[in-house]
Ligand binder design. Structure first.
Ligand SMILES: COc1cccc(COC(=O)c2cn[nH]c2)c1
Length: 247
């Protein structure tokens, strides 16, 4: 997968050189390219923002640099058609299902907005040449799209074959399509069996794998009901067996 990131703060993305994603980049699994938006400005101050039409506080990112940046980056026609992702508080909620969907894409471009946002015409103009998605990672406001892009890139990259050593852990993730649809994971434990007087639930040391799977599902249902009643309502009753309903 190719990932292009356009930002006025390229240094925000040094974390992508670390750990599993850094390893995936070095092994060629992911091709991440960083672009400083100011490369497409020509005035002395490399201006990327201006006052909002209609008045109001703050500044808006000018369309011209974005247009030229996207033209140049997408001119690389042999890489197929990219999908433009715009992290923004006003976007569609980004979910694990989106991470699974986007992990199948050959080429993603992330536009990191700052200030009050990017001139709306940038997304309209880009949509004439490629799919454009505005995505929100949560109902709060950051100073820019860089942190949200790191979140989305990590959620996607860890699903790519070969990035995570243990593929099995993906299927047991919270929200993982299939068994964990609309469920969050229950508690996890490791050695020692007793720690500061706290025992690991004995079932987990029993070796009865069917009973252990049942216990884990019960705990996932309990934790989801406690922390995410909104998800419980979304659970497809068909996906709940008789035992589930007793939890
Ligand atoms: C593109 O326009 C803007 C405007 C303001 C802030 C941002 C940065 O994104 C977020 O704050 C965010 C993303 N998901 N949840 C919060 C982008």
């Amino acid at each position: 997968m190719r990932i292009d990131i356009i930002t006025i703060f390229p240094d925000y993305f040094t974390p992508l050189d670390l750990s599993l994603i850094g390893k995936a980049r070095r092994s060629g699994l992911i091709d991440v390219r960083l672009h400083d938006l100011r490369r497409w400005t020509y005035d002395r101050h490399h201006t990327v923002d201006d006052t909002p039409y209609g008045g109001g506080p703050g500044m808006v990112m000018k369309p011209e640099p974005w247009g030229e940046a996207l033209d140049e980056i997408t001119a690389d026609a042999d890489a197929g058609t990219p999908r433009l992702i715009l992290p923004t508080p006003s976007g569609l909620p980004f979910t694990q299902q989106d991470a699974v969907r986007l992990a199948k894409e050959p080429w993603l471009i992330f536009a990191c907005g700052r200030y009050e946002g990017i001139d709306a015409r940038v997304a309209v103009d880009a949509a004439q040449r490629m799919p454009v998605e505005e995505l929100s990672i949560g109902d709060y406001v950051l100073n820019g799209g860089e942190v949200a892009t790191l979140v989305i890139v990590e959620a996607i990259s860890r699903l790519l074959p070969g990035v995570l050593g243990n593929v099995e852990s993906i299927t047991q993730d919270s929200f993982a399509p299939g068994t964990m649809d609309n469920l969050v994971e229950g508690p996890v434990y490791t050695k020692p069996p007793v720690w500061r007087g706290h025992e690991v639930p004995p079932i987990l040391l029993s070796g009865h794998h069917a009973a252990i799977d049942r216990w884990r599902r019960d705990e996932a249902l309990r934790k989801t009901a406690r922390n995410r009643p909104d998800l419980i309502r979304r659970l497809d009753p068909e996906s709940l067996d008789k035992r589930d309903r007793e939890v």
